[in-house]
Write a protein that binds this ligand. Structure first.
Ligand code: PGA
Length: 241
């Protein structure tokens, strides 16, 4: 893994945006895997700025988001559909038919998962996957467990993730208990991975993800098996390395 450390969150957001813009400018029809969460918000803001300055053009980009809650309408302010529109899609020129976010269908659960993987395959596979990391080392909604699932699937969120995400909702009870997520195989098949982590509360997960031990109890540790993975960290997230 390549580890790049920058001084703070602003520098991390700037560097992440330039990294993504370079890849977008370097390949027509780039297939871009996108994360949500508080960490990439700064990157999206800088990418929008680069787009407005005509330094990057997303017109041929095909995007696939990592995950989405089950049971929230796409116009719910905490849904990842809403997040992506507000932070990114409403401000750049990725065409609507080229944006993909997994959608949970109560009636066609298995089909909605396998169809998402088929769409990624048909697009030619992910060229660059941007990731965040949970304080428990989760990647997307692949939570620490005795085993992990390869393809896109439905998950029960861990108590730690429900707790962490409750800050975005009025109460803990409102946090959805299930989500649809790309699996670790889908993520690991990306040609290149860029993981972003900022803040002291991520330091322990980053330390474990880089430790040389690979365990499903810390899904991010699997990234050590990827041959083109960059961890972009601020000083606090890197403080235990
Ligand atoms: P955060 O979430 O960016 O809001 O810390 C990251 C994640 O849980 O993957």
């Amino acid at each position: 893994m390549n580890i790049v450390t920058v001084k703070d969150y602003t520098a991390l957001s700037e560097k992440a945006a330039r990294f993504v813009a370079d890849r977008v400018n370097g390949k027509k029809e780039l297939v871009l895997g996108l994360p949500t969460g508080s960490t990439p918000e700064g990157m999206y803001a800088k990418l929008v700025k680069l787009y407005r300055e005509q330094k990057v053009d997303f017109s041929e980009v095909v995007s696939f988001n990592l995950d989405e809650y089950c049971g929230l309408r796409s116009d719910h302010p905490q849904s990842y559909h809403y997040y992506m529109n507000r932070n990114f899609f409403d401000h750049v020129n990725i065409s609507e038919e080229n944006r993909h976010i997994p959608i949970h269908s109560e009636y066609y659960e298995d089909e909605s998962c396998s169809r998402y993987d088929q769409l990624i395959d048909r697009a030619g596979g992910i060229d660059l996957q941007v990731l965040g990391i949970g304080t428990n080392g989760h990647i997307a909604f692949n939570e620490p467990a005795d085993y992990l699932i390869g393809g896109t699937h439905l998950v029960q969120l861990s108590e730690k993730t429900i707790e962490a995400n409750s800050r975005f909702f009025n109460s803990r009870a409102e946090v959805p208990r299930r989500a649809i997520t790309m699996g670790m195989a889908t993520i690991m098949h990306a040609a290149e991975i860029l993981l972003l982590a900022a803040g002291k509360n991520k330091a322990r997960a980053i330390e474990k993800a880089c430790s040389g031990v690979i365990t499903t109890q810390l899904p991010a540790s699997l990234l050590q098996l990827h041959n083109n993975c960059t961890l972009l960290l601020d000083r606090e997230a890197a403080s235990l390395l």
